[in-house]
Structures are given as structure tokens and as C-alpha cells.
Design a protein. Sequence first.
Length: 255
Amino acid sequence: MLNNYGSISYDKYNFGLSSGNLVLNNGASLINNPTGVVYLNSDNAIESLAGSGNSITNGGLFSKTSGTDAAIASGVLFNSLDGSSMHVDAGRAILLQGGGSFVGTSTGTGVGATLAGGNWSSASGVLDGVWNWDSGTLTTGSLINNGTLNLVGSADSVVAGASTALVNNGIVQYDKYNFGLSSGNLVLNDGANFSNNAVGVVHLNGDNAIVSTSGTGNFNNAGLVSKTAGAGVAIGSGVLKPGERLPPEADLARM
């Protein structure tokens, strides 16, 4: 276990080689406490090469202000605690590829970190500030967006299970793309819910669909769903849509 109460500057480099990373193996963990800061200065990964249960628990700040992309690779769970934060400057990314969990409120600043794979769970998890969701599956609990959540990339973002929900009290920017492929959608499976509450706004900027690929899903809209860019968005036949509030009349042709 590496237990951080101060600051860690992650400056490893490998110039395209497979070495030069921080490796968590056989149940190892990095705990970043509330006073801790981890500066991901280089673009090398934090990865696992052996065993399971390897994890990072963040109660403090992870920051990316130099380099381009830093990956928390598959095989390493990223668990965000109440009061934790992620800062990413424009033109850079922190890619959370191994799944993990949200407990309490986690805040994204700058352009926000990106969920980029794995299975995710939520125990009263709240996203504040800016976050991005490229790929991966929310499998347990309700994850609440109180800030801006950007659904991006060409892979599916999946909510799975009748007791699982993505709840929007802020802004969801639906910017997924797939260039004619079958992926790149928001997928609501096996009774999962996407609930846009009265204060919520969903901007359907791209033309990818909201679908179900297993069982049915529910798109519960009490707020505003808007289509002011792109051509058309399909809310698939497996997705139920009770209580819709429609976009302005000028936008209806785009739905």
C-alpha cells in the first residue's frame, strides 16, 4: 500500500516502450487521502500486471496539467470518495479504464476526467463540475449528475440493471459518434433508468441513438430534451419514454 498525505509527482517516461509505469499488483493499492495531491505530469500509465483487486482510492486531488493522456489502466479500480476531485487542463485527459466506484460527491474541474471502460458502481455517488463518459458500464446504484456530463466517443456507455440509474440534475451533452457503426450509443439494459429530472437538460448534439440491447430500459424525462445540432436521434424501441417534455417547436424536426 502506498498511502499519500502530501504530493506525488508522477514523472515517469518510456518513449513508447511498455515499461516505465507505476504498477499495482496482487491486490496492491494507492490511497490518496483528503490532503493528498497526485500530479500526473507524464503520459505513462498506472497499471496492473498481475492479480486482481488492485485499486486507487482518491479522497484528494488528481491533476493533469502537462502531457496529453494519462491512463489508469484496466486492472486498476479507481474509487472516488466524498470530497475528492479531478482536474484536467484543456487538451489533456485522465482516462479511467478499469472501472471503480463513486461514494459521495466527486468534482471535476477544467475539462474533467473520463470514464473510459470497466464496471462502475455508485453509493450515493454525485458528479459535480465537469465529467466525461466514453465507455464502460454502470452496474450498481444511482449515479447523480449535478454538473455537466459529456457522453463522448465511439464506444457504448451502458447502464445495466433494474436497480441502476443515471440521474441528471444538471446538463448532459450527448456527443457520441460512430460513423455508421453499431456502437457509440447510450445503452439502457435490463430495466435500467436514465432519469432527467425537472431541473435537468439533455442536449442531443450527435446523431447516435439511445437504445437497449438486453431487455428494456427507461428514459424518464421531467426536464428538457433539446436537439439543436445534427440530423436525427433515435430513442430505440426497447427504451420506454414516459413523461416527455419536448424541445422547442423549431427543433422537433431534428428528433
